[in-house]
Design a protein around this ligand. Structure first.
Ligand code: FRU
Length: 507
């Protein structure tokens, strides 16, 4: 018997019985990762429903991914924390469910484990570690009765064995304001003020709140930020981090990112960000009147947060997002699992003629997945491909340059020379009928640099991520095609290099 199986049997005795035995529901043994549409170099759960990444943290050589997970089915519900670890951010090992929904034996109320953070409590500030450090999870405890939300407050759990077994703190909740919607705490250690900072939202008031603590158990309100930028939809899953400006030596700025409306309108969800300063008490946006800026301009990137505790010497800030959209998430046509995560992306800031912007690059380890290189555009075909392309806009003869085609021969990624927009069109690409709002076209105006546009495209069965002009913009979209994708026929206007990529689950 695997070691972790013994562990979960003990854990399930501690946490009590569940509606049905689902201890195995995150095990890789339940799938060979070969199903139709299954991404091969992105994380997806072995079975069942997944949404937001939670508790992203590096600890003792492992990157941990916890995630919103339904152990009992392929649609949202019974929210608990699924768990996986990786050493290289690409090859994942599935672990048992980390923190489960539970029932209050007295009131009969159920509590689901909503989104949150994991920190490494160096120095045992919480007093909950049995050694000099341990892992502490702070999550939203979503109390509900018969599916109706009653209260959301913030609770704590701890693990003294590298995240394998979690115990809920006996004096939960650690933060409550008696509100039905108050959630998604992100906590980090703020070196300058030598304190823990919590960032979370009051979703329906479009407000981020900042709290401070010395022991992770008692929290004091510092300030609020909000009601600016894009407020077309409720705010969720905030995060706050400092990033270097790559082309301004030594300069650093703070970024506050949060999930809400999509750039194309409130029917869809997306992630916006603000650039400014955080002094340990409040966040001030550089330009509160600036039009909203978004992390990703495709339809399938939400709830992105960054990894905690990446060593200073490493210096990277890495974000993972949920590669799905609430508009149709529960209906995507995958069989035994639902949803994928984005690729891990390295974040930084860049000074441009339009001011500072967030840039993103896939983690560099991704090059280790490259198999054979293909330079003949007409030979680039498949479902697991990385493409590097330069478009010379001055050489485009047609009004619309076709870049990537679906199995049916329809252009699904292209460039419109007249409008200067990159577009992603999934209206006729494979299965689009499972939800009326899935079929859509995304357009994004991009700058040309010396008449060139650079695209870095990752095609992984049902998810495509496009990094534009060295990551100045990204567009991520799901597709459910019947056959392989194909690079559009050779064209004087493009130079292209591609690699078939290995599967991180099988190769
Ligand atoms: C975002 C979200 C969070 C919440 C979680 C519940 O996708 O709505 O605000 O904590 O999902 O699953």
């Amino acid at each position: 018997m695997k070691k972790w199986l013994i562990v979960i049997l003990i854990a399930s005795t501690i946490f009590g019985s569940s509606p049905k035995n689902s201890n195995l529901t995150t095990s890789s043994d339940l799938t060979s990762y070969s199903e139709k549409y299954r991404p091969q170099f992105h994380f997806s759960p072995a079975v069942n429903w997944m949404n937001d990444p939670n508790g992203l943290v590096f600890y003792d050589g492992e990157y941990h991914l916890f995630y919103q997970y339904n152990p009992y089915g392929t649609t949202w519900g019974h929210m608990s924390w699924g768990h996986a670890v990786t050493k290289d951010l690409l090859h994942w090992e599935n672990l048992p469910v980390a923190i489960r929904e539970y029932q209050d034996t007295k009131s009969g109320d159920s509590t689901m484990i909503f989104s949150g953070t994991v920190v490494v409590d160096t120095g045992n500030t919480s007093g909950l570690c049995t050694a000099s450090d341990c892992m502490i999870a702070i999550f939203t405890s979503h109390v509900h009765k018969n599916g109706e939300g009653l209260l959301q407050h913030q609770s704590l759990a701890y693990s003294n064995d590298k995240g394998r077994i979690w115990t809920r703190y006996g004096k939960n909740p650690v933060l409550s304001i008696d509100r039905k919607d108050f959630r998604d705490p992100k906590i980090f250690w703020h070196e300058e003020s030598k304190s823990w900072i919590m960032v979370l939202v009051i979703p329906d008031l479009y407000k981020v709140r900042f709290y401070k603590s010395s022991n992770l158990k008692e929290w004091a309100l510092l300030s609020e930020f909000g009601n600016i930028g894009d407020i077309k939809k409720i705010w969720e899953c905030p995060d706050l981090y400092q990033l270097p400006v790559t082309n301004d030596a030594g300069k650093k700025k703070w970024v506050l990112s949060l999930s809400g409306s999509h750039p194309a309108g409130s029917m869809y969800v997306g992630v916006q960000y603000f650039i400014g300063e955080f002094d340990g008490v409040k966040f001030i946006a550089d330009d509160p009147k600036q039009p909203p800026m978004y992390v990703d301009y495709g339809k399938d990137f939400y709830a992105g947060i960054i990894f905690n505790n990446i060593p200073k010497e490493d210096g990277r800030t890495i974000m993972l997002g949920w590669g799905n959209n609430w508009a149709y998430a529960n209906k995507i046509p995958t069989s035994s699992w639902r949803s994928t995560m984005s690729l891990p992306r390295e974040l930084s800031l860049k000074k441009t003629q339009n001011g500072l912007i967030l840039t993103q690059q896939p983690v560099s380890a991704i090059t280790s997945l490259r198999k054979n290189e293909i330079t003949d555009a007409s030979a680039i075909e498949g479902n697991q491909i990385e493409v590097e392309m330069t478009i010379n806009t001055a050489s485009i003869k047609e009004r619309e340059l076709s870049i990537l085609k679906s199995d049916g021969g329809k252009t699904i990624i292209g460039y419109n020379k007249i409008s200067g927009e990159i577009f992603i069109d999934r209206t006729k690409a494979g299965n689009v009928s499972f939800h009326k709002d899935f079929s859509s076209i995304e357009k994004l105006k991009v700058n040309t640099i010396n008449s060139e546009i650079k695209l870095h495209i990752f095609i992984d069965h049902s998810i495509i991520e496009v990094f534009i002009n060295d990551g100045e913009f990204t567009m991520s979209e799901q597709f459910f095609p019947d056959g392989p994708y194909k690079i559009a026929s050779p064209n004087d206007a493009i130079t292209v290099k591609a690699w078939i990529l290995k599967s991180t689950w099988k190769d």
